[in-house]
Ligand binder design. Structure first.
Ligand code: HEC
Ligand code: HEC
Length: 348
């Protein structure tokens, strides 16, 4: 023991120094974790969740799947200002990407779902999304497809395995695989100083010095640090005098207050993920801002009451280009069928 003490002391000191050093570097930016799957996410449950994600038969009209509004073959969104669900109906909010959505402590712009599984229950029964009246109808559709029933039984155990809770558990397991590590920023943080261009480094410095990192910090630049499960909300727009507030109608959506009905939650929003942000125009909760450059102007003005020069805006945009990561290859799943009859069209 006595012999060991100095060594232990040195070790402790070293790890304290290392911790302090990591905190300094990681305070604002951090590499995106390379995996987000849980121990319970077996290949079978992930494969089932993937099928459900791509299956339009789980919508009232048989035309809308999760992938319709969260296109995994591109940015994980739909490129529209506001999404279009069954019967051409549109809602009031922009579809956020599902890529890296796992790295958030709450889901939806107003954080009204605590995790991916709870979130996935919403769209099935939202009138302007998949339009099924109640969850039992979703379960009913799945139950009519024998190979789905067998697959649910295999994954969740025999007997009444087709439930909405099991369906969203599987979807969430699949969504935990939708992550894009190894972006140029990650290589840079790992020590490859050539991974970013000069403009990107300037943009990164400006992103910190202007104050964007007050909200956009951590691996997904959304104010989330690994292990955080406390949901955090910030005020948007903060500077109501900004001319952008009226121009883009940024204050009629009351954000979190729409979900909680609490006046104190008015205009509180979750800070969104900025990974792959170049792929998910248009921007903001209402999709009213067409370009990334304009989104940066809006943020500087509404959140930090600052005007940036056009050179500075272009450096910020360059920095955001360094946030596009590696997308895992995704093959379209083969969906199980009911032999001889459709499950969507009911004939009398
Ligand atoms: C009609 C288009 C549409 C469909 C279909 C749809 N979504 Fe969404 N999704 C949206 C919109 C719009 C939002 C944001 C709504 C809000 O915040 O109020 C959203 C939010 C989300 C989020 C939260 C992301 C974040 O950053 O907060 C996840 C995860 C998600 N959807 C997954 C799914 C899954 C899984 C399905 C299928 C069960 C699905 N969506 C079906 C449009 C759609
Ligand atoms: C006080 C917190 C805060 C600060 C500071 C801040 N942001 Fe944001 N940012 C947010 C919130 C909240 C949103 C979502 C706004 C909404 O609901 O439409 C957002 C949205 C964005 C978006 C659009 C995301 C999307 O998916 O549509 C971009 C891009 C962005 N911020 C970049 C920046 C930049 C660049 C800066 C610095 C100039 C900055 N932000 C400063 C909180 C902040």
């Amino acid at each position: 023991m006595i012999v060991n003490t100095p060594t232990m002391l040195v070790r402790t000191l070293c790890s304290l120094i290392a911790m302090a050093a990591t905190t300094v570097v990681a305070a604002d930016f951090a590499a995106l974790p390379k995996t987000a799957t849980l121990e319970t996410d077996s290949p079978q449950i992930i494969a089932l969740g993937k099928k459900l994600f791509f299956d339009p038969r789980l919508s009232a009209t048989g035309t809308v799947s999760c992938n319709s509004c969260h296109n995994l073959m591109e940015g994980g969104d739909d490129g529209r200002a506001t999404s279009m669900g069954v019967d051409g109906l549109t809602g009031g909010r922009n579809s956020p990407t599902v890529w890296n959505a796992v790295f958030q402590s709450s889901q939806f712009w107003d954080g009204r779902a605590k995790d991916l599984a709870e979130q996935a229950k919403g769209p099935f029964v939202a009138d302007v999304e998949m339009g099924m009246g109640v969850h039992d109808q979703v379960v009913g559709r799945i139950q009519q497809i024998p190979d789905y029933v067998r697959e649910f039984d295999n994954v969740f155990g025999q007997g009444n395995a087709v439930t909405i809770d099991n369906a969203v558990t599987a979807i969430a397991a699949f969504e935990r695989t939708l992550i894009t590590p190894n972006a140029p920023l990650d290589h840079y943080l790992a020590g490859d100083k050539n991974a970013l261009t000069d403009a990107q480094v300037r943009g990164m410095d400006l992103f910190q010095s202007t104050g964007c990192t007050e909200c956009h910090f951590g691996p997904a630049l959304n104010g989330w640090d690994p292990g955080d499960d406390e949901a955090v909300f910030v005020e948007f727009p903060r500077n109501l005098d900004s001319s952008f507030v009226r121009k883009y109608d940024l204050d009629s959506d009351r954000g979190r207050a729409e979900a909680t009905q609490q006046e104190s939650d008015a205009h509180q929003f979750k800070t969104p993920v900025l990974r792959n942000i170049t792929l998910t125009a248009p921007y903001m909760h209402n999709g009213n801002v067409a370009s990334l450059a304009e989104a940066c102007r809006v943020m500087a003005s509404t959140q930090l009451d600052t005007d940036l020069s056009e050179d500075e805006i272009s450096d910020l945009v360059a920095f955001m280009e360094s946030l596009v990561g590696e997308f895992p290859p995704i093959t379209l799943p083969r969906l199980p069928s009911r032999s001889g009859t459709s499950v969507v069209v009911e004939f009398k």
